[in-house]
Write a protein that binds this ligand. Structure first.
Ligand code: ZN
Length: 844
């Protein structure tokens, strides 16, 4: 490391400044008393075990205490900091391979201290604009830690590292308080620095990883946690801190665009007067052609994936195939062999935490937090992806039922297969697991010893791998890509050839043929047209001339309106009731005719229920298989109910730019015919008095195998009324959501022809159709109570005025209904009860 005389001079000047300002008798006396302070740098480090790298790392081999030494040239310069959980407990929000935080960190000297400071590079000022002098206005940097300088010699500064690493200064490990959480919550207790230890470190020239075992102690735990926690009074979470030198490789960032779905780094151009003064860039790898003149060239450095040595041998070829198939997309961007797959040797001297390796990892967790997870670490200043891992859980390929969503019994579902999740956190594996069980049941395909011969497993695994690898290439979800094929085409394998969807980044359901149709592909296992286009946008080499390059990118983007390139991510999708507006952006949906597809699936589920006792009961075995399969079938049914409900009150959203094609209009209400089709489908399959009648013969066999006392406190009978009402409630949560009802009225001003009044009348008709059954009684009471709440007759209502009035009209219509002559006593009781509810509300 060379040092300029200028730097040395500055250091000397600073030292003399300190000397003159601190020439106080007391200060001198203190420093004379302290022998240690007089120990020089060389003397101090001589007793310590040294490792050299980005920083020099020293360890006292008697006490284990650690020290860091920085070069002065490393002060006031940002490093990329990254925190990753090496191992942890899911209860505390930690799991192996969890990428937690990436940010910039700088070391600054303040007299005899080193300040560890983090700052956000988001706000960009043109240095030539005088406003840049005010760049720090109203922003706060984070002073994470202040470290005493132990010694300082010849341009190197030695500090104690334990206070930095054995605290939560760099990264908060304890989960943040959740103000919405009610009831007792699992708590780690307090960090116990005495028991915590710096477990290991890796030093490289351009990066340093430090792994710390953080021990938390809690003398009075309230929530004990799962069996994965041996003793809730003391829990260890192992976390890796990585420092990475800012890359110096000429990487050229690529701008983001709303029409294509990459993860981004966002920059606000604070001195730019444009309408959208954003300098956002996409996250992507630095791929450079070896031969820039060739149409197709290998990259100078490929993206290398390592299959972790924990991976079952028999799956490795299939996994390799799933990763390498992304090269199909890269070839369209001009790169041959952009991605290379290698296997980690059993005796490798590196582990998957090492940020210099991209690793496909396998775990089989007691409580799997996901089925797959593909995070990446990108430079906050440029978006260049530096490292990434993929975590896969064995369980998603097994028959062990791990979804928190048990539908039967008293653990009735909250949201059928549509649980909330974080945007960055991919829970796709859970969906694949459910689909895999469905496929196995429906197709009668047996399990094969060799995965390559097993179309369900191999397609599911390749699909999952492609999806997770897609994340690590920078792609976010595309929940609108499933409209690639029509409802018949999608089952024709000679047509689909491994591409069921515009993108592998969707959450497609398993593709199951309707009853009587030959089974086609189960899953997409090749990149779709959107994937190829997105990779072309993100990775095709830039032209040197800025204007020509902008024209080139615009030309690629101008194709975004083509149906096969449709895009919408988690910020658009309608998985949660009432949230977002475009029903084409939805998880679990399939084909350009999702309502027709849902009907096929409902019929298929009904059929499978009729076959289940024969297929699922095995001689000399318990009824676990029937139990798991019945729950899965119910989940498939309920999931499609949510898909269909989203069309009612929906608005199609386009993000095309002006002039891109003839008919650019961002918002188009869903056509009346489609909304009514959705409502009729729900009335037929979800609200009908005989909904899921096919399940009834199975009910008395839906028994989980007893294990110890595991159904203690949870009554084990299947409780079908509760199951079905929960599914119906989830649909009503959407149809009657304040925002959906408000939107029915709003959209009438720009094209919606299915009015709020008509929709509620159709819903009432559906819920009050046919013969009264115990299921329809249950649903009708639910509906009437909701209408009373919407109308605001008894309590204040969150609904708009028109919705309140429309609800009152439906209540009046329902009040006029009564039990037919000679109806059963239960029917008369039911109508009397409804009348009572309505009369009481009107009188309130
Ligand atoms: Zn995902």
């Amino acid at each position: 490391m060379t040092r300029t005389p200028f730097r040395t001079f500055r250091r000397c000047a600073l030292a003399s400044l300190i000397a003159t300002s601190l020439m106080l008798p007391q200060a001198l006396a203190d420093s004379n008393d302290d022998d240690k302070a007089e120990k020089g740098y060389t003397e101090l480090v001589a007793e310590l075990k040294a490792q050299q790298g980005l920083f020099n790392f020293y360890r006292d081999m008697k006490t284990g205490a650690t020290h860091l030494s920085l070069d002065e040239s490393q002060l006031n310069t940002p490093f990329i900091y990254h925190a990753q959980t090496m191992d942890g407990v899911v209860e505390a929000g930690h799991f192996r391979g969890n990428f937690r935080q990436t940010r910039l960190i700088e070391f600054r000297r303040h007299f005899n201290k080193i300040e560890v400071v983090s700052w956000n590079p988001r706000f960009v000022f043109d240095p030539n604009n005088p406003l840049s002098r005010a760049a720090q206005a109203n922003r706060s940097e984070a002073l994470l830690a202040v470290l005493d300088i132990e010694a300082d010699d010849n341009g190197r500064i030695l500090v104690k590292a334990d206070p930095l690493f054995k605290s939560q200064a760099l990264h908060r490990i304890t989960p943040w308080a959740n103000p919405n959480q009610t009831g007792p919550r699992f708590s780690l207790g307090n960090l116990n620095s005495d028991r915590s230890r710096i477990a290991r470190e890796r030093l490289y020239e351009r990066n340093m990883d430090v792994v710390v075992d953080y021990v938390f102690t809690n003398d009075e735990p309230v929530v004990m946690g799962s069996p994965a926690i041996t003793d809730p009074r003391t829990i260890t979470i192992s976390l890796q801190h990585s420092f990475i030198a800012m890359p110096d490789n000429g990487y050229q960032p690529r701008r983001d665009d709303p029409r294509v779905g990459y993860f981004t780094q966002q920059f606000d151009q604070m001195t730019n007067p444009e309408w959208t003064p954003w300098g956002d860039v996409i996250n992507r790898w630095n791929l450079v052609k070896k031969d820039p003149s060739a149409a197709l060239s290998e990259p100078v450095e490929p993206i290398v994936w390592w299959i972790e040595n924990t991976t079952p041998h028999e799956w490795r070829d299939t996994i390799r195939q799933g990763v390498e198939d992304w090269n199909i997309a890269f070839e369209a961007a001009g790169f041959k062999n952009a991605i290379v797959v290698k296997e980690q040797p059993d005796d490798a001297d590196w582990d998957a935490g090492d940020v210099n390796y991209n690793v496909l990892r396998w775990t089989s967790s007691p409580r799997p937090p996901f089925g797959g997870y593909g995070p990446s670490l990108a430079n906050p200043k440029t978006g260049e992806i530096i490292s990434s891992n993929i975590m896969l859980e064995f369980v998603f390929l097994s028959n062990r039922w791990t979804l928190g969503e048990l539908f039967s019994g008293s653990a009735a579902l909250k949201e059928a297969g549509q649980g909330e999740e974080l945007q960055m956190h991919c829970s796709f594996g859970h969906k694949v697991q459910m689909g895999h069980l469905m496929a196995r049941l429906a197709s009668d395909e047996r399990m094969y010893d060799n995965i390559a011969e097993d179309p369900i497993l191999s397609q599911a695994l390749r699909h999952l791998i492609m999806h997770e690898v897609g994340h690590t290439l920078g792609l976010n979800h595309n929940m609108r890509s499933h409209g690639l094929w029509g409802n018949q085409q999608v089952h024709d394998a000679s047509l689909t050839q491994g591409v069921l969807s515009g993108s592998v980044m969707d959450y497609n359901p398993v593709n199951i043929a309707p009853v009587g149709v030959t089974q086609g592909d189960f899953y997409s296992y090749k990149p779709g047209p959107y994937d190829i286009w997105a990779i072309e946008y993100g990775y095709s080499p830039a032209l040197a001339d800025a204007e020509a390059e902008e024209a080139r990118l615009s030309a690629i983007l101008s194709r975004s309106h083509q149906p096969e390139l449709a895009f919408g991510n988690d910020a658009d999708d309608m998985r949660a009731a009432g949230r977002h507006i475009d029903p084409r952006v939805m998880i679990g949906a399939m084909t350009s005719e999702p309502i027709a597809y849902a009907k096929d699936r409902w019929q298929r589920v009904n059929y499978e229920f009729t076959q289940l006792l024969e297929k699922g009961r095995m001689a000399d075995q318990s009824h676990q298989r029937v139990f798991t399969s019945a729950n899965m079938l119910f989940g498939q049914y309920a999931g499609q109910a949510n898909v269909v409900s989203r069309f009612v009150g929906g608005v199609y959203v386009e993000r095309d730019f002006v002039g891109q094609h003839d008919s650019v209009r961002p918002y188009t209400p869903v056509p009346r015919a489609t909304q009514r089709e959705a409502m009729q489908a729900l009335n037929q399959f979800v609200f009908a008095p005989d909904t899921l009648q096919s399940m009834q013969p199975v009910l008395s066999y839906m028994q989980a195998q007893r294990r110890g006392f595991n159904h203690w406190g949870n009554n084990e009978d299947p409780q079908p009324h509760r199951m079905i009402l929960t599914m119906q409630r989830n649909v009503l949560d959407h149809l009657l959501h304040p925002q959906v009802l408000q939107r029915m009225t709003d959209t009438a001003l720009y094209g919606n022809e299915y009015s709020l009044t008509e929709m509620l009348a159709d819903l009432t008709t559906g819920i009050f159709q046919g013969d009264l059954t115990s299921l329809s009684q249950n649903l009708q009471v639910e509906y009437v109570n909701r209408l009373i709440a919407i109308a605001g007759l008894e309590d204040d209502s969150d609904y708009d005025h028109l919705s309140q009035a429309a609800a009152v009209a439906q209540l009046r219509a329902i009040r006029s209904l009564s039990a037919p002559r000679r109806a059963a006593e239960s029917s008369r009781n039911h109508y009397n009860y409804l009348h009572l509810l309505i009369d009481r509300a009107f009188a309130a």
